[in-house]
Design a protein around this ligand. Structure first.
Ligand code: F6R
Length: 579
């Protein structure tokens, strides 16, 4: 859960590295560092976020360099533990994303050989191993080191006196940007968008030898060609564009992310795969998992196809037979647990599909086929527009299986999404921001919508919130209801309405204040609830979207009222690349 960058070419490396790390901050932000090589190796490291101003003091010389923004794994977030890590002599530096599982053994062995460790990081073992094996050529030393490493790594290594970066990848991503006699390297596309749209995705097991005018990629000791691909994201998409926070900007981009994903449609070969499935298993984590749960309710209702939705992190503990289509859903395409689950499905010979927002991500390389969401880059740690785009992709699958029954609904859904963006949520925000705990409840597809509302609330406002199936609240959680515990209830028309209204009354009888989401003009609900938030009276598929959006806004404004760090909530990073 860290970000790495590298630059080699004709520019001054320091500003390129600093800018690149700022773009990667959502992957981790407890410390950062850069190293450059001119005639000698220079290193600059600090604790805290790279945006806090300290980076501006870095004036390292050289047009070859590497950088890292850290989310502490092995070792506290201190300057010593920040990357780059260097060898005993201070000649070789590396930045690393991933986890070296046999680090303790390696460290013991290296210390016996006389190496002195300065940090508590697993990364430092890699640089000492390279030093140990260095015999005049950095590439050979890296190649000799890789077989000793167990675990995951994406690392960049540089050495004094050499305009050269060696990059190696195993289970953690590296993408290279191709410029004019210059190359960039990064954990993901974000830092590259400022400079180039031409990129090369390294594969697991690849080692790249990069000099200003030349790039050689090796796999298993053989030189290989990797295609240059064109990225269709642009740098403007990564800017705040006048909004106070990326999260708010991304919430407002949801009509577009939904529309674009629907417009992109589904390729013929993916269609065939989806039509052939007798049952569908989905794997995902966090917010993405919630979209798979919503899909389960909707797909089983509308297309009568059996659906399993599993958390990526728990998938390996289920041994039920698996012999049909498995779909992994992930904004980043880099979530370790989701990738591991998809690999398990492949090992069992299931056809696999990735639904992801990031072209070229690991998941797209593992899955047989990919259905790309069109959310554009999502910078805020909290997923919003990627959630909506995932729902767009998943709803298209439902539409496909229902022979286009929802063509009209889906092609107009973005308009209804746009309608709720400017809702006034002042009273609800005042209630939530005074609370220590809150419950979100719903039924059917609105149960996972409630779970998602609660997740958003807790992750950015730090108000403890739980999403519950409305019928379950009375089986224990009722004991927690007090006049200070708001309950957010999603009460849309249809089969769930009457029973949801009863559940609201039960909650009110326990003196908990109710914030009810219901369709515009629902006077009954407006009278029972303490606060009523109207959403447009639309098709069920669209209500799922509009209700979700309102809950995102509720979390956002509550977090603002509490003065939270909206785009970088504490203890969280966007891309979770550890188990
Ligand atoms: C919450 C959030 C996370 C992610 C989860 C999976 O707002 O963003 O719960 O949804 O870490 O990430 P992806 O979708 O990249 O696999």
């Amino acid at each position: 859960m860290c970000g790495i960058v590298g630059y080699i070419g004709r520019r001054d490396a320091t500003p390129v590295l600093i800018q690149g790390l700022k773009r990667l901050e959502y992957r981790g932000y407890d410390s950062f560092g850069i190293a450059t090589v001119g005639s000698e190796l220079e290193v600059y490291k600090r604790t805290g976020s790279i945006s806090d101003g300290e980076a501006e003091a870095a004036h390292l010389r050289g047009s070859t360099g590497i950088g890292h923004t850290r989310w502490a794994g092995y070792g506290e977030p201190t300057v010593v533990n920040a990357h780059p890590q260097i060898d005993c002599e201070g000649k070789i530096a590396i930045v690393h994303n991933g986890t070296i599982e046999n680090y303790s053994d390696l460290r013991r062995h290296l210390e016996e050989q006389g190496h002195t460790f300065r940090s508590e990081t697993d990364t430092e073992a890699i640089v000492h191993l390279i030093e140990e094996r260095y015999d005049g050529d950095l590439l050979s030393a890296v190649n000799a080191t890789l077989p000793l490493l167990q675990g995951s790594y994406a690392f960049l290594a540089i050495m004094e006196d050499a305009e050269r970066i060696i990059a190696a990848r195993n289970k953690s991503p590296i993408v290279l940007g191709v410029g004019d006699a210059e190359f960039f390297a990064a954990s993901d596309l974000m830092p590259l968008l400022d400079y180039t749209e031409r990129v090369i995705y390294l594969e697991d097991g690849d080692v790249a030898d990069i000099t200003p005018g030349r790039l050689d990629i090796y796999h298993g000791g053989q030189r290989v060609e990797r295609p240059i691909e064109l990225v269709d994201w642009c740098v403007e998409d990564t800017r705040k564009g006048g909004f106070d926070h990326y999260m708010l900007k991304e919430i407002f981009e949801q009509p577009q992310s939904f529309y674009e994903t629907i417009r992109a449609g589904i390729d013929e070969d993916v269609r065939q795969m989806l039509m052939d499935a007798d049952e569908i298993t989905l794997v995902a984590c966090g917010t993405s998992y919630h979209t798979t749960l919503i899909f389960k309710y909707l797909a089983e209702t509308f297309c009568n196809v059996p659906v399993r939705a599993e958390m990526g992190s728990e998938f390996k503990y289920f041994t039920a037979p698996l012999n049909n289509l498995v779909i992994a859903v992930s904004q980043s395409g880099e979530t370790t647990d989701t990738i591991a689950a998809l690999n398990m499905a492949k090992a069992r010979n299931c056809p696999t599909l990735a639904i992801t927002n990031v072209q070229g991500s690991t998941l797209t390389r593992v899955a047989d086929k990919t259905l790309l969401m069109r959310a554009g880059p999502e910078v805020s740690v909290a997923a919003t527009k990627s959630y909506t785009a995932q729902l767009a992709a998943l709803m298209q699958i439902i539409n496909l299986r229902c022979e286009g029954a929802f063509d009209d609904v889906l092609s107009h859904a973005h308009l209804a999404i746009g309608d709720v963006l400017l809702h006034n949520l002042e009273d609800a925000v005042a209630l939530c921001s005074r609370a220590d705990h809150a419950f979100f409840m719903g039924r059917g597809p609105f149960y996972p919508v409630a779970m998602e509302g609660a997740l958003k609330m807790k992750e950015i406002s730090y108000v403890h919130a739980e999403g519950y199936a409305a019928g379950e609240l009375k089986h224990g959680p009722f004991a927690l209801l007090t006049p200070e515990t708001p309950v957010v209830a999603i009460c849309t028309p249809g089969p769930i309405y009457n029973v949801m209204v009863s559940n609201v009354k039960e909650v009110k009888a326990r003196k908990a204040p109710v914030i009810a989401l219901g369709v515009d003009g629902d006077k009954e609900l407006a009278e029972i609830a303490d606060i009523f938030i109207p959403i447009p009276d639309t098709h069920l598929l669209v209500q799922v979207l509009t209700a979700s959006l309102v809950l995102q806004l509720l979390a956002y404004h509550t977090a603002c009222a509490l003065g939270r760090d909206i785009d970088r909530p504490r203890n969280l990073a966007k891309s979770v690349t550890v188990e």
